[in-house]
Design a protein around this ligand. Structure first.
Ligand code: FE2
Length: 377
């Protein structure tokens, strides 16, 4: 248990934002084969080898590979024996996000503030250290089995976290221009969206910045409702989806069935040059959802003039949407593990702060075509 104290809480209360978060620290996935998953993230997604923990660093029950691309850090963890909590998580959910770690200035304060406001404890504040300094971390539960770990690293200058060693390797494929986590979306059970909206408001001090109902987001088959929660400085955005009644099984229900509960649906990662990034990802084997070519015939009518040529967008399948502040370009990968659960979004914002509502219909119809192939519609 850490004994750190600080004046930060008072400053936070003064600012009216009791939970200041600097950004996403890392995202940890529990996967069945971390070594091979790390290869996929490096060779196909352009991440770089960063750190490793496992048998060689004194762990006996698990190993973790950490990969990085600009500000995005992903930790891939697998158990090394049977009967572990990680193994049970993988048995139930398949590969998926366990931890969204949030970078804070004071992990003890963040934990106490959240606990006071009704959070469920995952990890009491603890200090871990090595020759590079110390890190304080603490954690609370979110939806499903997802947890938030608060990371305070101002007294640490090591490669990742104490316990990890630098991962050096001969094979270092280049990055693809991914910059930071733009948002991370959760799918929760029917009727639970508002519960989690309230959780992020009350426990984390987030505010709701957008909402979509089944009138915004419905095709013949799919309906869903979504509310977007954001922290004070806007660096953390968590849209939360729940299924709504449709004619057939919605993509959210398919996720909940195959993930066997609530969990992270997609991680949106930002780029400054989506045409270059998506070309590179495609050439490395990443598969994307496609909308019909007719989408591009009416694109300029719908979104007005944009800087990009339409042809490469059409060729790659990149979608465009506009709001009051500007426009955005986005594309969604197919699901990236055995189960039809998690996927990635690649997004480039050119002024727009929204999430591509104008693309929902075309996109969901593309998802339904995939569901049809899986026999899960
Ligand atoms: Fe998204």
């Amino acid at each position: 248990m850490s004994t750190l104290t600080s004046d930060l809480p008072k400053l936070h209360e003064k600012a009216g934002d009791f939970m200041p978060i600097n950004g996403t620290d890392y995202i940890e996935l529990y996967v069945s084969n971390a070594k091979q998953a790390a290869h996929f993230y490096r060779s196909a997604m352009g991440f770089q080898a960063l750190a490793y923990a496992g048998l060689e660093t004194g762990l006996r029950d698990r190993e973790s590979y950490v990969v990085v691309q600009d500000k995005i850090r992903i930790v891939l963890t697998s158990p090394l024996q049977s009967g572990t909590d990680i193994g049970r998580h993988i048995d139930k959910h398949g590969d998926g996000v366990k931890v969204t770690a949030l970078w804070v200035d004071d992990a003890t304060y963040a934990y106490e503030a959240a606990m006071e406001r009704g959070a469920t404890s995952y990890l009491k504040p603890e200090t871990i250290e090595d020759e590079h300094g110390k890190v304080v971390r603490s954690g609370i539960y979110s939806y499903g089995e997802v947890v938030h770990i608060f990371i305070e690293r101002k007294a640490y200058d090591g490669i990742f976290l104490p316990g990890y060693k630098e991962w050096k390797t001969h094979y270092n494929p280049s990055d693809v221009g991914l910059k930071y986590v733009d948002h991370m979306v959760g799918n929760v059970e029917l009727g639970k969206m508002n519960y989690w909206v309230e959780f992020y408001e009350k426990v984390m001090g987030f505010t709701q910045i957008l909402s979509f109902d089944d009138k915004d987001i419905s095709t013949d088959y799919t309906a869903l409702m979504s509310k977007v929660m954001s922290n004070g400085n806007g660096r953390i955005k968590f849209p939360i989806n729940e299924p709504a009644a449709g004619k057939k099984k919605s993509q959210i229900e398919e996720y909940l069935d195959f993930y066997e509960g609530a969990g992270v649906q997609h991680i949106a990662v930002a780029t400054d040059d989506i045409i270059k990034t998506v070309t590179e990802l495609r050439d490395r084997g990443i598969e994307f959802l496609r909308v019909p070519s007719s989408y591009y015939d009416v694109l300029t009518d719908r979104v007005g003039e944009i800087d990009e040529d339409i042809e490469p967008l059409r060729e790659l399948g990149i979608l465009v949407d506009r709001d009051d502040e500007g426009y955005l370009l986005q594309i969604f990968t197919k699901t990236i593990q055995a189960r039809p659960t998690m996927f990635f979004e690649i997004i480039q914002r050119k002024g727009a702060n929204s999430f591509g509502k104008g693309n929902f219909k075309a996109l969901f119809e593309a998802i339904e075509r995939e569901q049809e192939l899986r026999g899960t519609l």
